[in-house]
Design a protein around this ligand. Structure first.
Ligand SMILES: Cc1ncc(COP(=O)(O)O)c(C=O)c1O
Length: 504
């Protein structure tokens, strides 16, 4: 197949391929049923990127001229394509966005997990989110109304990029209660922790820079720090949080740009660092002059044990950037979070926030401020915590009752999830497939790993489902896991027996 590309032509390369292939089909050089070369092969032959061939094939497929079968290849269709309409299409070429997407967008793997809508009767242990049914809608509506009545005109007007000032002031006072002394203008309001991470990475991390992340960790952080052009160094998490020995080894050999950690109820392991480990981490980072991002989003959701000071409160060196949000204790859909950064950074972050989206919604900020100011947030958190603690205990009991003796898990003192280690012969994604058929979903552990994914781990959330459903879901999961385990044992038994026979 002869295709000639003119790199000087204003017509994009993929469009030239489409035009010439269409012409070959019209002249009968390519006939109905003929197989077209595979993307990789044609790309190599023409000296173009594979995406260019993909875009060309997508265009011809959209026109009905060719069709692709997974695993078999791409074939010419049996269609009359020579009419005037086709010719018209050549002239008014539709834009192929695939051909112009950057590598970053192509490789971004952070799926919109709310798209994974479970079926109506499915019990979801999948998302670490507050349960919508617990939202105090009436209280929040009153707060929203009050805020709007008080200063609706201001709230609908453009605001300051640092945030709604009463909220900044309120958060500075809250921070002081945690031992973090800041002025309100050192608190930057963002659209949640996810945006805080994005802003921080954009001012501190250049392409090629290395960033330390915990492994496993929050997938949203993986999407920010482990994208197409990023390098990352992953550090395992043990019972005391980020493994400080491994971290020390890394810091003595490399010069990472920052360390991202969730010291309190780490997602997904649920681990909380003790005060000693926190102090060690600060000293280590200070010795190597590496900033830390402390993601403290789960702090308020503590059910047992004593509070431990945030890293930021222990930081005498000014190296910790603190981030949190109202997503776990309040309402994730409001998209209101904040960060407290050392003064030299906050101005850059402010400027970047302005460049990105000017500021977080004034109405959301004012409403959550009003809700908090009136003590309604605390009231809601107290109620939710009580319910979540009961659900956690129900889940722990059900795990004891229904899971096989070979499985292990922690008892998290807070947070929203339990992290479970199954025997290595099992694969949590396969268990999920079977579980989904039986109306239960959860998060397989591998989605929390940026490197060396562990497939025999699973994360169960206890916040979004009531106690009876939790018991039922764990019972079903336990039965699936036991069946898969016994199948594996039988299979292994046969293999061993066969091995022995072969040796005899
Ligand atoms: C550790 C951690 N940080 C941040 C987030 C997301 O926070 P936000 O909704 O404020 O962007 C999550 C959500 O699961 C999380 O687990």
């Amino acid at each position: 197949m002869l295709i000639e590309l003119n790199r000087e032509s204003p017509l994009p390369l993929y469009a030239q391929i489409v035009t010439q292939m269409r012409e070959m089909i019209r002249r009968g050089v390519l006939k109905a049923g003929d197989r077209l070369p595979a993307n990789r092969e044609l790309a190599k032959k023409l000296g173009v990127n594979r995406n260019t061939i993909t875009a060309a094939y997508e265009e011809l497929t959209a026109e009905g001229i060719i069709r692709s079968h997974v695993g078999q290849g791409t074939f010419v269709n049996d269609v009359p394509i020579l009419g005037a309409i086709r010719e018209e299409r050549v002239a008014t070429f539709p834009m192929s966005w695939n051909a112009v997407l950057t590598d970053q967008s192509r490789e971004s793997s952070f799926s919109n997990f709310m798209n994974i809508q479970s079926q109506k009767d499915t019990i979801s242990l999948s998302h670490g989110l507050p349960q919508s049914e617990l939202f105090p809608l009436e209280d929040f509506r009153l707060s929203l109304n009050r805020a709007f009545r008080k200063e609706g005109q201001t709230l609908l007007q453009l605001g300051l990029s640092g945030g709604y000032q009463p909220l900044q002031k309120h958060l500075a006072a809250q921070m002081a209660l945690l031992g973090i002394q800041v002025t309100p203008d050192e608190v930057l309001i963002t659209n949640g922790c996810q945006q805080s991470l994005d802003l921080i990475s954009r001012i501190l991390v250049r392409p090629g820079d290395e960033v330390v992340i915990e492994n496993p960790t929050f997938p949203g952080a993986i999407s920010v720090f482990c994208g197409a052009n990023s390098k990352f160094l992953s550090v395992p998490v043990n019972q005391r949080g980020i493994d400080l020995d491994v971290l020390e080894d890394i810091l003595t050999q490399r010069r990472p740009k920052l360390i991202y950690t969730v010291p309190t109820f780490q997602n997904p392991t649920g681990t909380a660092m003790d005060i000693g480990a926190r102090r060690q981490l600060i000293e280590l980072a200070a010795r190597h002059r590496v900033p830390i991002i402390e993601d403290d989003i789960y702090r308020e959701l503590r059910y047992d044990g004593a509070d431990v000071l945030p890293l930021k409160a222990l930081d005498k060196y000014g190296l910790v950037i603190y981030i949190s949000s109202f997503s776990k204790v309040g309402f994730p859909g409001l998209r209101v979070g904040w960060m407290v950064a050392p003064r030299p950074l906050i101005e850059h972050l402010n400027a970047l926030k302005q460049r990105s989206d000017v500021h977080a919604s004034m109405l959301s900020q004012a409403a959550i401020y009003e809700f908090a100011r009136q003590g309604l947030l605390n009231k809601h958190v107290r109620r939710a915590k009580k319910i979540y603690a009961e659900r956690r205990d129900v889940m722990l009991e059900a795990l004891e009752k229904y899971f096989p003796a070979e499985a292990e898990w922690n008892k998290p003192e807070g947070g929203m999830t339990i992290w479970i280690r199954l025997p290595e012969s099992l694969n949590a994604s396969q268990i999920l497939l079977e579980a989904a058929k039986q109306g239960v979903i959860f998060s397989p552990g591998e989605r929390f790993y940026a490197s060396q994914p562990q497939c025999h781990l699973m994360r169960l959330s206890f916040t979004m489902t009531d106690a009876a459903q939790i018991e039922l879901a764990v019972k079903r999961l336990g039965a699936i896991i036991k069946t898969q385990l016994s199948r594996w044992k039988t299979h292994r038994g046969i293999l061993i027996a066969e091995g022995r026979r072969a040796l005899m």
